[in-house]
Design a protein around this ligand. Sequence first.
Ligand SMILES: [Zn+2]
Length: 444
Amino acid sequence: MCGCGDRHEPGTPTPYDAGRAELATGRRTLLKAGGGVAFSAAAGLATASGGLAEAAPARRERRRVYVLVVDGCLPEEVTGGQTPHLFELMVTGQRWRRAQSMPIMETIPNHVMMMTGVRPDRSGVPANAIYDRRLRDVRDLDRPSDLRADTIIQRLNRRGLRTGTVLSKEYLYGIFGARATARWEPAPIIPVSGHAPDEFTINAAMQMVEDVDPHLMFVNLGDIDRYGHTDVTGPLGAKVLRRLALLKTDAYVGRFVQMLKDRGTWKDSMVLVLADHSMDWSTPTSVISLAGPLDDDPFLRGKVQIADNGGADLLYWTGATRQREEAVRRMLRIAKAEPGVLSAHDRRTRWLRLGPEAGEVVVFCRAGWRFSDPDPLTSNPIPGNHGHPATRPIPFFVNGGHPRLKHRAASSAVAQTVDVAPTVASFFGVRGRPRGGWDGKARV
Ligand SMILES: [Zn+2]
């Protein structure tokens, strides 16, 4: 399953409800904001008048970075006809033609890689959905405590700079928690999709620039992804809803950039636009379900849990530890024999860098397929999915008026989502690195 729906632990509040509860108990404060948009900040940071207390370094620092994630966008969807504003930013800025999402090619892990600059074996966040061994249930990684690595958001906070998160999806809002000095609580939330429409998100982003003016702002625009997931015309190549979403989201990005120019801050700014993963479409006849074949094996029966991530299945052995190696061998053999499976890997395979939260075996589907586990009919009925290698290519470009940035430059270097944090750090001249170094590379 793509992770669109609610997959919270039963009886626990959603991230949204948890945020509301924090406001009610005074652990966070609402900042004064215009335009009917509400932002919150940690209680100690807000002033009595409802503004944000400003540190001396913040007054001196003129540079601004805006990371805009066009969720689920394919590189080839950025064209002059379909997305004129994004296209203009791309061709007049600096672009990386071979940019990539990282495993698992899902929303939460790639947003976490962007902000931490480290791979999932160091952040604790390898996928959208995992099997939580303590809870004995599959759940989304949507809690602030799930993210164990330091973020560029917190690094800048410690230098006295302001940071802001404007994340359209409930689970992103959940995992980044109260890390940013100011954050928008996505609203209104569309029930099943769990995200706020881009029109509201971009309004909140523009309002946050007016009211809080963060040095770093991290924005997720979820419409392109959400309309891609549900678009039944996707497998036919029509993608009617998605094209509409691309057109609208492109116009919102155009409005945002125009606002920076109108405010006169473009000359100090870097805008980094990228996607977290792309998207692949499948028909109901190209669905893989591993639960049945795994259960047919008497050694494995009843002792394997599956966290379905749309284009990737994570398999967890829940039997005796001494039988683990035999279980891994059997899971690999059975998964590889299923039609539609591209590859199956022992999770400890070095290049995956996923960490123990991802279970024992990682299975990727081929392009044009999807997983539906544990139930082949009901677990994942949606046509658009990601998580598998077919959804690795992403757009990745920077633009802005800051003199440090290059223009009309294209690179064939492989930029990755994990490069965002070191790029932001380099732009702000932050020299400290995470213990063990960055896993990504500064691109400016
Ligand atoms: Zn996404």
